[in-house]
Design a protein around this ligand. Sequence first.
Ligand SMILES: *Cc1c(COP(=O)(O)O)cnc(C)c1O
Length: 430
Amino acid sequence: MTDGPTYGFDTLQIHAGARPDPATGARQTPIYQTTAYVFRDADHAAALFNLQEVGYIYSRLTNPTIAVLQERIATLEGGAGAVCCSSGHAAQIMALFPLMQPGCNVVASTRLYGGTVTQFGQTIKRFGWSATFVDFDDPDAVAAAIDENTRAVFCESIANPGGYVTDIRSIADVTDAAGIPLIVDNTSATPYLCRPFEHGAALIVHSTTKYLTGNGTVMGGCVVDSGTFDWSANDKFPSLSQPEPAYHGLKFHETFGPLAFTFHGIAVGLRDLGMTMNPQAAHYTLMGIETLSLRMQRHVQNAETVAAWLEADPRVDYVTYAGLPSSPYYERAKALYPKGAGGLFTFAVKGGYDACVKLVNSLEIFSHVANLGDARSLVIHAASTTHRQLTAEQQEAAGAGPNVVRVSIGIEDSDDLIRDLDQALSLACS
Ligand SMILES: *Cc1c(COP(=O)(O)O)cnc(C)c1O
């Protein structure tokens, strides 16, 4: 199928990037379980290695199953290209790698996935990079945090666990003025609910582990490039604008234009960092994406129903879900995400830390796991698990205080989810 803007999301989530297998006619995308690809002849091999011809060399760099997934996600996000990798965290390193050098920094939101706070706050220091965390409700604070060594600004569209919604446009205005790219982690919203490029983001990262796969089977990540950022407008991005010694002085931006970031991600990022997705994972994620819109509609519908029930329950202190009129982000979410505010939210249990622990121990349908975006409903007490490594201040800033439980609402019957929460709250608060 030829992909065009004339097709709707539901059509593209099934067809984009895929065509019947040229060798066999197989209608479903085959799992190309191969490490290497036979060159037609020595000239063909040389052209591939020189990046003069696009093709397959070795599956650390490219693989036909993964190529379909890359094209599908790029299409759904409205981007120019995408690079899949082994996990969401790998995608974040892959997104920063072409931009950063020792001494450079990223300005990031305080409201991020707990693992990202640790990756940015601690681990990237080993590369000589650093992160400055600021409140993204204050674009002036973001602007003030940007200095001459800032190479990227990073936030989530909908930040779990606190149900926080970023006004992406207001941050993109700041990054546009500074000549640096805005990277949006669109894991929680998915391109069905939010398309960050339409609000001014330059790059998108995903943990495909979550809603895109949607069934809790495989790890994966993806970096999507809008293709619109001008890497040569200033001298901040030499990896993309200056000659690359490993490719005979080729300049990625000059040579590949809007695909510069994507080609660099494959030809240098995957080649040398090796954070490659495997074709089995790409297969499961492609299967998941076929039903993304249907699942997201149900996640949203169930989340709205369950959140409203919890908010009205006397055993619950408060619920933070941008889909509830009581949320300070309700109006922003309605404007930015007219199809709904996603399937994740937190609620505070009267009785604090101990009641939360009892609650997660008592739930029967909800699984107590460190994951989200599964077809099944999940629960976690962030303060004792995912956000355990953070300081008390970081936990509060991320919306993960000791009395708070995060749920990822699945696509089961909402009546059953409510009955399960009801019985568990009774045990927790007795
Ligand atoms: C899970 C998650 C990540 C990390 O992805 P992995 O696939 O677990 O490495 C990053 N950001 C968000 C918002 C996530 O939910």
